[in-house]
Design a protein around this ligand. Structure first.
Ligand code: NOJ
Length: 543
């Protein structure tokens, strides 16, 4: 059995990417906040899990009003995370283990404490005035009706210069003006710094928001809840696509770097939009996130329809991302409408993540089934949570400290954690799951190994064998000479599965202990929530 990477292996396409929220991963110096030395010390864990790359949410110098997504200096590491030396050591240690390192890159905005903005704000005639988006009042009010993604207007008034500046997020996160080529050159110099340092690529924050309507026209208004929320004029304009081309030119000067775009679209998601930014061979992004699955109910049919739509929107030369959770979303473990039997469903999601066609992104803690925590109002730190509580409690619940063991604060820190540890850490933690052969963590480890062992799971075409009828979803992953069939029962009921043609092969993964290791025939009785992976005998195919 070999887990070595084949010649066709493209790390960002066929590997497994693990998303770390550095504030919450591991605290090495007892200040209650995760740091780079902490991440470094957990590389053995990540290697053992089998990940090929880590993506770090931002670690740049920041006032942390948006927890690092408000960058004050792109060339410095924030002291809460450590020093530049720690970062260099992390890259070197990760690379020695064959693990790539992806940074977050926030191009749409900086912090209002960034020297560029301080200069820009200093006067109307500042030489950096045009590096941000400043507008005169219109009829005594805001320049247009654009709203911030974090609530309220996207314009803040500066009494000193009597102009407004644009902020698509917090007022402390002014939007950069990507029409300004001087600013672009300066920013690209910062990017070159990280590429030269050896980072393997970037996850591009809110990249579809870079391009604004050149005339800054109003967004269309809709009646009801989502008025002004479509952001038709303030997002997805030509400039976003142009900037990506420029970025690609820069990245292509290096080997094997990746650009991954966050293309946020409102529920129910927009796979076509995410796909429109892809062009991995030439001048687009290598990967983009489409979050449609996050907005779907738990149902085999619903999942089939969602992935079918997503795959059909992606051109044949391009590749999908399989992502269920991140630092902005509710954790998928107990996301609203997940219903009962969360643990069994988490196992199914692990199977989907690692057997569907696309690059799996595992959000830290997802591999042990960390839940969204209950955070009291007093404990909230996220500015959106503070603003909209109790209607929306913000993103803190999905950002609580990693649960390493059952010691105080789940072994995350020797100090007081910046966010409380979830109360289930006594049972839901890495150490306990490492000792339990039936744990979710062991399922992840096992599936990642299988993925490496059976190239069909990494490279193969995706062929659905049904549409999720009767709560069962069946699909194949196929390459020449290898077909893996995935059969999933989505419900807590036994199910009889009658297939169109007999299936013959070896069971390589099952959630049921007493399943035989071979399978033959076209009738299968599935236990509640049962999953079976079958390596098919070459000649027979279900039609
Ligand atoms: C998307 C990031 O994922 C989110 O955490 C952040 O608040 C906004 N972009 C602004 O940077």
């Amino acid at each position: 059995m070999s887990f070595s990477k084949t010649e066709d292996f493209i790390w960002w396409k066929h590997g497994v990417i693990y998303h770390i929220y550095p504030l919450s991963f591991f605290d090495s110096n007892a200040d209650g906040i995760g740091d780079l030395v902490g991440i470094n010390s957990k590389l053995d864990y990540l290697q053992n899990l089998g990940v090929d790359a880590i993506w770090l949410s931002p670690v740049y110098k920041s006032p942390m009003l948006d927890f690092g997504y408000d960058v004050e200096n792109y060339l410095e590491i924030d002291p809460v995370f450590g020093k530049m030396e720690d970062f260099k050591e992390l890259i070197s240690n990760a690379h020695n283990r064959g693990i790539k390192v992806i940074m977050d890159l926030i191009l749409n905005h900086t912090s209002d404490q960034h020297p560029w903005f301080l200069e820009s704000k200093s006067s109307r005639s500042s030489f950096k005035r045009d590096w941000y988006i400043w507008k005169d009042p219109k009829r005594g009010g805001r320049p247009n009706n654009w709203s911030s993604a974090l609530g309220g207007s996207a314009w803040a008034f500066d009494p000193k210069s009597s102009q407004y500046y644009l902020h698509s997020f917090l007022p402390e996160q002014p939007d950069l003006n990507w029409e300004n080529t001087e600013m672009q050159r300066a920013f690209f110099d910062d990017i070159i710094f990280w590429l030269d340092l050896g980072v393997d690529g970037f996850r591009l924050d809110a990249i579809n928001m870079i391009g604004k309507d050149p005339e800054f026209r109003n967004n269309p208004m809709f009646f009801g809840l989502f008025s002004n929320s479509m952001q038709w004029k303030s997002r997805n304009q030509a400039r976003s696509y142009q900037l990506i081309k420029d970025l690609r030119k820069l990245l292509d000067l290096y080997d094997e770097k990746v650009l991954i775009g966050e293309i946020y679209a409102l529920p129910p998601g927009n796979p076509n939009l995410a796909a429109s930014y892809l062009n991995s061979e030439h001048n687009g992004l290598h990967l983009t996130f489409d979050f449609s699955i996050v907005f779907r109910y738990w149902s085999a049919r619903m999942f089939h329809t969602c992935f079918e739509k997503s795959y059909s929107s992606i051109p044949l030369t391009e590749w999908a991302c399989i992502v269920f959770s991140n630092h902005d979303l509710n954790r998928s473990f107990n996301r609203p409408f997940t219903g009962h039997h969360k643990y069994q469903k988490a196992i199914i999601k692990a199977v989907l993540q690692l057997t569907l066609k696309g690059t799996p992104f595992i959000y830290y803690g997802e591999e042990i089934g960390m839940p969204n925590s209950n955070i009291s109002r007093k404990q909230l730190t996220d500015p959106i949570g503070k603003k909209f509580w109790p209607f929306y409690e913000g993103r803190d619940a999905a950002r609580t400290p990693m649960q390493w063991d059952d010691s105080k604060h789940a072994g995350f820190t020797k100090g007081t954690p910046w966010l409380p540890v979830d109360k289930d850490y006594l049972t839901c933690n890495v150490e306990a799951q490492q000792l339990n052969p039936d744990s979710l963590l062991k399922v992840y480890e096992h599936l990642i190994k299988l993925r490496k062992q059976y190239p069909a799971l990494q490279f193969g075409e995706w062929r659905p064998l049904n549409k999720g009828e009767r709560d069962i979803w069946i699909y194949d992953r196929v390459i020449t000479n290898e077909t893996i069939t995935v059969i999933i029962n989505f419900v807590n009921k036994k199910r009889k599965l009658l297939m169109n043609a007999p299936i013959q092969g070896q069971i390589i993964f099952t959630t049921i202990k007493n399943r035989l290791s071979e399978i033959e025939g076209n009738l299968l009785f599935l236990d509640p929530y049962e999953v079976i992976l079958i390596k098919r005998k070459a000649e027979k195919q279900i039609v």
